[in-house]
Write a protein that binds this ligand. Sequence first.
Ligand code: PAF
Length: 262
Amino acid sequence: MRAEVAQWRGAGQSIALVPTMGALHAGHISLVGAGLASADRVVVSIFVNPTQFAPHEDLARYPRDEAGDVAKLAGAGAHLVWAPAVSEIYPDGFATRIVPEGAALPLEGAFRPHHFGGVATVVCKLLLSAMPDIALFGEKDYQQLAVIRQMVRDLALPVAIHGVPTVREDDGLALSSRNAYLSENDRYIAPMLHKALSEVARGRDPREAADALLVAGFTKVDYLEVRDAETLAPFDPAAGRPGRVLGAAWLGSTRLIDNVGF
Ligand code: PAF
């Protein structure tokens, strides 16, 4: 991957990196499209990063389809797929970790305490391995995007981070590799999350919207909150800054997250 990228660079071409964990859907393909629109070459990494999953989470059952992914990426016009082994990213003796604070602490950070440490560490390594001009991430994982922007700013990494709008099904459900876990009945209820977040963005009380999710059939709401769109600090209506409504809720054993801006 490095040799290929070095050759492109030598020819004066710009490079975009799209980091993924595979199980690709139209949301990932839109990241590749956005990469092609802003750089000469698009590299896509596929790496299911074990350090961002807690021991009780879904690492073992996380969907994997490398051959299907590669076919989709070829169709989308990506120039290179990089699918490193776990031992390449975390060789024996690996002992360094990035611990993000600030935007990483609330929301997902409260429910998945080590998650963003794993994300920041692997994204830093992917960026330093590929040395792209830009890297693209979906707004679906809005807090992840904020944490990565914060890391890149704090560590002065020489890469521009592009956020790309969430791709949704016709009924509003955000595309996610984890939608594959949903039963037919769960799939029917799932779009209520986006509906509830949109209602809060239009002024509905977040607690009322969370209760409506439980009535609709969600089994648990981890959080449904209004935050500052950039810092993810609690939203201050007097500040005149953009806001973001973020939510995480469970349908049985499947946890869905989504967010809406206003
Ligand atoms: O969003 C994802 O798929 C992952 O969290 C990422 C950014 C590829 C890091 O493992």
